[in-house]
Design a protein around this ligand. Structure first.
Ligand code: FAD
Length: 403
């Protein structure tokens, strides 16, 4: 067992941290200003600053680390992990710049493994090149989508076409015009066994019958950099049968497989979120004086620092372990990812919360990234499966050993 960085990790982490600190973080206010200045009819267009950052990320070799060869660099999860953590320091802008948004990475890996050569050419290649983006449409307002078996959007075969009808929401990224397609999970065999009821279908965002009715704000924020969260109605949407991904009725297991890399990426990013909040807290308490001494000399504040460091390092170890399993196709991958999925958002939420407290009113105002980091950590207690579902998955596996 070796806990030192591998040569690949050491090379990448230096490039990634320099990129995030010197290029991405200074670009955050630029992105905010560019987003605010857009006229309403262009409010979801890709920001010029994102294109500039993408060019730099490519030059630095930080592009498509998670995308399998020949479309991307095809790095192992463990080798790419420190870069994902670094990107969490700016959790929307940095992943967008490196083409490693969780939804896109999950879909690119799925299409690389299960897509037809035509699907790979038409959808995977431009996704990997960064000329388009994608979105995953599973969740629905009408059913408890924590349990993907409930998904009720219908898909049926008609000749050479598939026809979809239903209502999706929280489809992240789909407000943006460069989101070219949605990967839609729909019910194709309601009477079949639970795991054989659904199919995964590529639906172009401009397909007739697909209507985006509104953007859903996250804790009041529009999330313009990642393309918002769309509420989408599908009314007899027709696509070629060639848009089916994998087997007809085989969508449930593919959707689960697709989520593991996305969940791991989010867990790693949350470690980066917490590190950024920790820096703000630790720097602030060194010089702010109250009760006759700097805040950092108060025992209560030292407890925040000590607890935060321990919790961040614990979460990082869980993340690296999950990445190690993933690289080996180990059967423990899904459970390790579930453990991380429970621990990392709560950890990052707690560290950001302490940092806000340490910064006082500054911490909840507009002059630091803490409010955005907070909402990112909070939403990840829901996105990609709520805490409870992952806790149950871990518990079920444990109890099986005692039955
Ligand atoms: C910012 C954001 C972005 C998102 N992006 C996407 C996306 O791109 N694509 C997509 O398809 N979805 C997306 N989602 C949706 C997200 O994955 C779902 O909200 C989540 O899976 C929960 O489903 P639900 O909202 O239907 O909650 P429900 O299933 O109604 O569950 C409500 C609550 O009940 C509890 N609960 C549920 N099941 C159990 C159980 N078995 N045992 C105990 N308690 C339970 C949990 O506390 C849960 O939060 C996003 C959500 C957010 C907030």
């Amino acid at each position: 067992m070796d806990l030192a960085y591998s040569p690949t990790q050491a090379r990448l982490i230096e490039a990634a941290l320099t990129f995030v600190e010197d290029e991405v973080i200074p670009a955050e206010p630029v992105a905010r200003d560019e987003a605010a200045a857009r006229p309403p009819e262009h409010q979801w267009d890709r920001l010029p600053v994102v294109d500039r950052l993408r060019d730099t990320a490519r030059e630095l070799g930080l592009w498509d680390l998670w995308v399998p060869e020949p479309w991307g660099q095809g790095l192992g999860a463990l080798d790419a992990a420190p870069v994902a953590e670094a990107s969490g320091r700016s959790p929307h802008l940095a992943p967008t710049a490196m083409n490693s948004i969780g939804a896109d990475v999950g879909t690119m890996r799925l299409l690389a493994a299960h897509g037809t050569p035509e699907q790979q050419e038409q959808w995977l290649r431009p996704l990997a090149d960064g000329t388009i983006r994608s979105a995953i449409a599973m969740t629905e307002p009408g059913v408890a989508s924590s349990d993907a078996h409930n998904i009720a959007t219908q898909v049926r075969e008609e000749g050479d076409e598939l026809v979809l009808t239903g209502h999706k929401w929280w489809t992240t990224g789909a407000m943006a015009p460069d989101c070219a397609f949605l990967l839609v999970m729909a019910q194709s065999a309601p009477q079949a066994m639970r795991h054989r009821q659904h199919s995964l279908v590529i639906v172009p965002r401009d397909a007739p019958g697909l209507r985006i009715s509104r953007n859903l704000t996250l804790l009041g924020q529009a999330d313009p950099i990642i393309g918002g969260h769309a509420d989408i109605v599908l009314d007899e949407v027709r696509v070629p049968r060639a848009n089916l991904v994998g087997d007809w009725h085989g969508g449930y297991s593919l959707a689960q497989e697709r989520m593991n890399p996305s969940r791991l990426l989010h867990g790693l990013r949350l470690v980066g979120v917490a590190e950024r909040a920790f820096d703000l807290m630790a720097e602030r308490v060194q010089h702010r004086v109250s009760g006759g001494r700097v805040l950092g000399q108060h025992g209560l504040v030292q407890e925040w620092i000590g607890r935060s460091r321990i919790e961040i390092d614990q979460a990082r170890m869980l993340a690296l372990r999950a990445a190690w399993f993933m690289d080996r196709d180990d059967e423990r991958t899904a459970t390790a990812v579930s453990q991380l999925k429970v621990v990392a958002p709560a950890m990052a939420g707690a560290v950001v919360d302490r940092s806000m407290q340490a910064l006082g009113a500054l911490g909840v105002g507009p002059d630091t990234m803490l409010p955005e980091l907070y909402s990112y950590a909070r939403m990840l207690r829901l996105q990609d499966g709520p805490d409870e579902v992952h806790l149950l998955a871990v518990a079920r596996r444990e109890l099986r050993r005692y039955s």
